[in-house]
Design a protein around this ligand. Structure first.
Ligand SMILES: *[C@@H]1O[C@H](CO)[C@@H](O)[C@H](O)[C@H]1NC(C)=O
Ligand SMILES: *[C@@H]1O[C@H](CO)[C@@H](O)[C@H](O)[C@H]1NC(C)=O
Ligand SMILES: *[C@@H]1O[C@H](CO)[C@@H](O)[C@H](O)[C@H]1NC(C)=O
Length: 447
């Protein structure tokens, strides 16, 4: 079977999916029954319940498109150098971002009083939270945060305060004029400017008073997640740190399938409600990029073959900042080039070709050969994770093409970072315990 046949089949399968999803979307509104207060749910940002959904795109096109933004994401990650609890589970709903035209997962959050609702991208590698501010220049969303409409608005954080200095990209205090704390950051190829303000943030069953977050005033050079981003990193301005008294530095999430229509995933905050027994691997901290969640990836198995990998590209090294992170904001897993090549070559060895490239994916094959596709296992210190097929391959029940859903990290950065991304985390519970320094992983169906 040649490239043209595969391409033609892919087009047909895209068209079929398009028809399928259009029908579903018109027939029912799967999101309508979901109440606003059902806790914290995470959905894929392009999921059908997501207000960002572009119905004219099929999910596979969307993923191919989303994955094309990963190199910028990986560069961003590389650039990051530098109880009171009530006994109830604090779980917020998560959904696939398909619906939001973002290759990410979104969580429902309210800011201010009365609560202003946002579907914010869940990002474990950023500390700051930010949302488009009313009057924002260049923001794509009409959903903006309005300080005037909130009775709990606490005003801007002062630029000479220690808190301001903790923000990445904080601008120096001007000699005259406003003394508000302003930071400039880049995100996926865009740059934006935001004022750090304080207001209450509600998610799941809890409200965190005086939460410091960025109110985005202007965006240039592209788009940012339309309704903002919730930073779950490890730094001082992250949700983890600002809610320490409530959640003691522990959270977990389950990301539903990219194809899922529902806010069926969850972000569980705090120790209550976490799996009691969960296999885990040490959580490592890298002073070069202190916000990121590093783990020790020691090997990769394809089928029964332990892939020979150059250890210098896997090893955790605080001096170089190298190693492997778990990230909720990158779409498909990226390995540094020599590591990816070795895994891909072994995978190709075991699956009959010919292979074609589609978007970011260089190992696509006719689905007839899918039965030959080997299981892929990530080996971490103390924990082996065998990926379910849905986390390894991108394919369709209707189509005839499947692709290995991984890629090489962009070569143009002095790349030392392997990123375990969200496509590989579907239907798993991933728990981050920053007190006991461990990452737990368990299979959980949250579609
Ligand atoms: C939806 O996708 C179509 C086709 O990719 C594109 O032409 C259109 O501009 C998109 N609409 C929005 C609102 O992004
Ligand atoms: C910060 O961003 C704003 C808006 O994009 C821009 O006008 C300003 O020059 C930037 N400041 C710095 C120091 O980069
Ligand atoms: C990572 O695993 C390798 C191989 O087991 C081991 O030699 C190394 O010490 C581990 N590194 C850390 C930081 O745990």
């Amino acid at each position: 079977m040649g490239v043209n046949t595969i391409t033609a089949t892919l087009i047909l399968f895209t068209a079929t999916l398009l028809l399928y999803f259009s029908t579903v979307a018109i027939a029912t509104d799967p999101c309508a029954s979901q109440s606003d207060d059902s806790g914290i749910i995470v959905i894929p940002i392009y999921g059908n319940c997501s207000p960002f959904k572009n119905l004219s795109d099929s999910w596979d096109t969307t993923i191919i498109d989303m994955a094309s933004k990963d190199p910028l994401r990986v560069e961003y990650l590389f650039g990051l150098d530098s109880s009171l609890r009530k006994k109830r589970v604090s779980a917020a709903p998560i959904a696939s971002g398909q619906a939001f035209d973002i290759g990410n997962y979104v969580v429902r959050v309210k800011l201010g009083t009365p609560g202003q609702l946002f579907f914010m991208v869940l990002d474990t590698s950023t500390d700051e939270a930010w949302v488009p501010c009313s009057g924002c220049i260049g923001c794509s969303s009409s959903t903006t945060y309005s300080p005037q409409a909130s009775t709990t608005y606490g005003g801007p954080v002062a630029c000479y305060s220690p808190r301001c200095a903790q923000a990445r990209g904080a601008l120096p205090c001007p000699n005259t004029g406003s003394r508000a704390c302003i930071f400039n950051q880049s995100y996926a190829g865009s740059t934006f400017s935001a004022t750090i303000v304080q207001d209450s943030l509600s998610l799941a069953v809890d409200t965190i008073p005086s939460y410091a977050f960025g109110c985005v005033n202007s965006v240039s050079g592209g788009t940012i997640p339309a309704q903002g981003l919730l930073g779950l990193g490890r730094g001082p301005l992250s949700l983890l740190t600002q809610s320490w008294s409530l959640y003691s530095g522990v959270f977990s999430y389950c990301l539903p399938s990219f194809k899922s229509f529902y806010f069926s995933g969850s972000l569980i905050l705090g120790r209550t409600g976490q799996p009691r027994r969960i296999r885990s691997t040490p959580l490592l901290r890298n002073p070069r990029r202190p916000s990121l969640y590093y783990v020790n990836l020691t090997g990769v198995t394809v089928g029964r073959v332990q892939v020979p990998l150059p250890t210098e590209y896997l090893a955790f090294d605080p001096n170089r900042g190298s190693g492997t992170i778990i990230d909720s904001g990158t779409v498909i897993t990226r390995f540094v080039q020599p590591v990816y090549n070795a895994i891909r070559d072994e995978f190709r060895n075991q699956v009959k070709g010919p292979f074609v490239s589609i978007g970011s994916f260089d190992t696509c094959f006719v689905k007839t050969y899918e039965t030959l596709a080997p299981l892929i296992k990530f080996r971490f210190t103390g924990l082996d994770l065998t990926l379910p097929y849905e986390n390894t391959l991108i394919h369709s029940t209707y189509g005839a093409v499947a692709c290995l859903a991984m890629a090489a990290a962009p070569n143009n950065v002095n790349s030392v970072l392997n990123v375990i991304a969200n496509y590989q985390q579907q239907n798993l519970r991933i728990m981050f315990d920053t007190v006991n320094n461990r990452v737990g992983i368990a299979r959980e169906l949250c579609n």
